[in-house]
Design a protein around this ligand. Structure first.
Ligand code: ZN
Length: 416
């Protein structure tokens, strides 16, 4: 296979425009993205008739359909390359795995991940024409792939026991979702990068990106946030928080409180006896939000958004969620459709015991309470009865986070 066009496409992406050109590349000129070089040249091209265009696997192998490749322009190859290499740089495969994305939910993850890549490629006019951005998918801008996935999937969570398999033309390859395809080389095949090499490339690209964009004076966008995550890594707390919520809600639903509201179908055949129906109520969720001045508003909004997304994906509707915003006294007790609609009233010192008491006084009682706080609050010595409590601890760095009670599930939500 003649790889000249592939080389030309890489050069088109990384070369700078002629000195007299304006600062931003025009539609046809080179894209001026030298920081992508390390990643682009690490790809291992493999001709494959199985894929319709191009796809990638987790070991940075690039499967290329020779027929498609022969007919398209250099810039089309380049746009696809930029798209696929961002899946690898963003480590979408591993992130999909931590959300238990499987062959049934892969399409939602594909759209979610592609929407974030579309935002990355847009300023450089590199978005492939058929790629859907957040707006086309009716999603809010500037969110993580995990958040988009929670909104799009609306599926019951998978337990992660089996990921299944996908066809070669499903999505962008295992490099984008961690699900193997039949055309891909086995993981142990010699040609391919290992985890350490991939991590090293991400670091290199992130450093090069920061330098280049500082020179060019780019406004921080999706790629800037990505570089921040690579260079100042913290454990991604978003999936941990939604997992905690999912587990607590599943657990509450699984307790299977029988209710007599829906008589069982057998009831009619047993005269005079009302048998309990198998109808299980949707678990009730309460949120207690610490609105004291010491809590970072932006981070708090992100944590609330994450929990909202998780609840939505679980089918817990707004009517089953009550939100209490709270500092030293409960300022507002409101039932809202989404936690994001909470008015962050308050300020001053914090005593979340007041908010917790208000939540527990609710009838019917909540099954799950999610508390959002910086942790600077007294707690009651014992767990609220019959209820799981998740504390989303919002703060700037790990060392400054105070302890939480042993009866609560603690998720540290740190600023990147
Ligand atoms: Zn993609």
């Amino acid at each position: 296979m003649d790889l000249t066009k592939l080389s030309a496409a890489k050069l088109w992406l990384i070369s700078s425009p002629p000195p007299d050109a304006s600062r931003r590349p025009d539609a046809s000129g080179p894209r001026d993205l030298p920081y992508l070089a390390t990643a682009l040249y690490a790809l291992i091209p493999i001709p494959s008739d199985a894929v319709p265009t191009m796809s990638i696997d987790e070991r940075w192998r690039l499967y290329l359909n020779p027929g498609w490749y022969a007919t398209v322009d250099i810039s089309d190859v380049a746009r696809e390359l930029a798209h696929l290499v961002w899946h690898l740089l963003a480590d979408h495969a591993d992130r999909a795995r931590s959300l238990n994305v499987d062959s049934h939910s892969a399409e939602h993850w594909h759209h979610a991940a592609d929407a974030t890549i579309a935002a990355t490629l847009k300023p450089d006019r590199l978005t492939p024409t058929e790629m859907k951005d957040a707006r086309a998918l009716h999603l809010p801008p500037d969110r993580s792939a995990e958040e988009y996935y929670a909104i799009l999937s609306k599926l019951p969570p998978n337990d992660g026991s089996s990921v299944g398999t996908l066809d070669p033309d499903d999505g962008c390859g295992s490099g984008a979702d961690g699900i193997p395809r039949s055309h891909e080389l086995p993981p142990e095949a010699e040609a391919g990068l290992d985890l350490t090499e991939a991590r090293e490339i991400r670091r290199r690209v992130a450093i090069d990106y920061r330098e280049h964009s500082a020179q060019r004076g780019d406004a921080p966008g999706e790629a800037w946030r990505w570089a921040g995550r690579i260079l100042e890594p913290t454990i991604a707390w978003e999936p941990l928080l939604s997992q905690a919520v999912r587990r607590a809600v599943d657990w509450a639903a699984g307790r299977g409180d029988y209710t007599y509201s829906k008589p069982s179908r057998r009831a009619s055949s047993v005269k005079g006896i009302v048998l309990p129906g198998m109808h299980r109520p949707v678990p009730r969720v309460a949120m207690v939000v610490d609105t004291s001045a010491s809590v970072d508003d932006h981070l708090l909004a992100r944590a609330l958004g994450e929990v909202d997304g998780a609840l939505k994906a679980l089918g817990v509707a707004g009517g089953d969620v009550t939100v209490y915003s709270c500092d030293s006294a409960v300022h507002t007790v409101q039932r809202v459709r989404r936690a994001r609609d909470t008015t962050l009233a308050g300020g001053g010192g914090t005593d979340l015991r007041v908010g917790m008491a208000a939540a527990q006084a609710q009838r019917p009682r909540p099954d799950v309470i999610v508390v959002f706080t910086d942790g600077e609050t007294p707690w009651t010595p014992h767990a609220p009865p019959g209820c799981s409590v998740i504390v989303a601890l919002v703060g700037r760095d790990r060392t400054s986070l105070p302890p939480t009670p042993p009866w609560a599930i603690r998720v540290e939500c740190l600023l990147e």
